[in-house]
Design a protein around this ligand. Structure first.
Ligand code: CA
Length: 227
C-alpha cells in the first residue's frame, strides 16, 4: 500500500513518513501542493494524506483539482482547526475523511486503516456498531434507522468511542483527543462524565441493547451487548 503525504511542515511530514513506514506502508512525501499534485498525476497511490494549510495552493484546491481530473484515490485531510468551514470545504471538494491537528499518531493510523479497507468510489464513510450508524462526513447519527440529534461535542465523543469500539477509552484519552487539552492541570473528568451521560440518554435510553458502557475506574467502551 502506497501513501502520499502532502505536508509543508518538514518535521511533521518526516514524522508521518517514519511512523507510516514502521507500519509497512510505502510513503512518498511532498512539501508543496504543486509537487504533491504532480506526483498524483504521474505515480500511483492508494491513499493521499493532505494538509489543508499549504503555501500557494491550499489542500482544498489540490483536492478539487484531483477530483476534477478524475482521481478517486481516498484522501484524508489534515485540518489545523476544527472549524466547520474548513471541514465543509474539504468535504465538498471530495475528501473522504479528516483529522484535526494536533492528533495522536494511533488516531491517524486508525483512519488510514479504515480508508484502506474501503473500496474506491464508496463515498461517505460510515462507522457502525450494532444498529447505530455514524456518518462522519455528513456528521449525522442514526440508530435503528432513526435520526438522533447530537451536539457537536457529543458527536465528536461518540465518533471517538465508535472508532475505538471494543476497546476501553480512558478519560485521559478523551481529554487529549476529543477535548484537545492534553496539557491541562485540572482533570476534565466531571465534564466528560456529564457529556457521556447526555450521550447515553440520546443513544441508549430508548433502546434495549445498550452500546455505551462504563468500565469502573478505567473509562468507557462502546460495544454491542451479546444476548
Ligand atoms: Ca501546513
Amino acid at each position: 500500500m502506497r501513501i502520499l503525504v502532502i505536508e509543508d511542515e518538514q518535521k511533521l511530514g518526516q514524522a508521518l513518513r517514519e511512523g507510516l513506514e514502521v507500519e509497512q506502508y510505502g510513503v512518498a512525501l511532498a512539501h508543496t501542493g504543486e509537487e504533491g499534485f504532480y506526483r498524483v498525476l504521474t505515480e500511483s497511490f492508494d491513499l493521499v494524506i493532505l494538509d489543508v494549510m499549504l503555501p500557494c495552493r491550499s489542500g482544498v484546491e489540490i483536492l478539487a483539482s484531483m477530483r476534477q481530473h478524475g482521481f478517486k484515490t481516498p484522501v484524508l485531510m489534515l485540518t489545523a482547526r476544527d472549524t466547520v468551514d474548513d471541514r465543509v470545504r474539504g468535504l465538498d471538494a471530495g475528501a473522504d475523511d479528516y483529522l484535526v491537528k494536533p492528533f495522536a499518531f494511533p488516531e491517524l493510523l486508525a483512519r488510514v486503516r479504515a480508508l484502506s479497507r474501503r473500496g474506491i468510489g464508496e463515498t461517505s464513510p460510515r462507522l457502525r456498531v450494532g444498529d447505530l450508524e455514524v456518518d462522519v462526513i455528513g456528521r449525522s447519527v442514526t440508530r435503528g434507522g432513526q435520526a438522533l440529534e447530537l451536539t457537536a461535542r457529543e458527536f465528536e465523543l461518540l465518533e471517538y468511542l465508535v472508532r475505538h469500539q471494543g476497546h476501553v477509552v480512558s478519560r485521559e484519552m478523551l481529554t487529549r483527543d476529543v477535548w484537545k487539552e492534553a496539557g491541562r492541570h485540572t482533570p476534565l473528568d466531571n465534564v466528560i462524565d456529564v457529556h457521556v451521560a447526555r450521550l447515553r440518554r440520546k443513544i441508549d435510553d430508548q433502546f434495549d441493547h445498550k452500546l455505551v458502557h462504563t468500565v469502573r475506574g478505567v473509562g468507557f467502551v462502546v460495544r454491542e451487548e451479546q444476548d
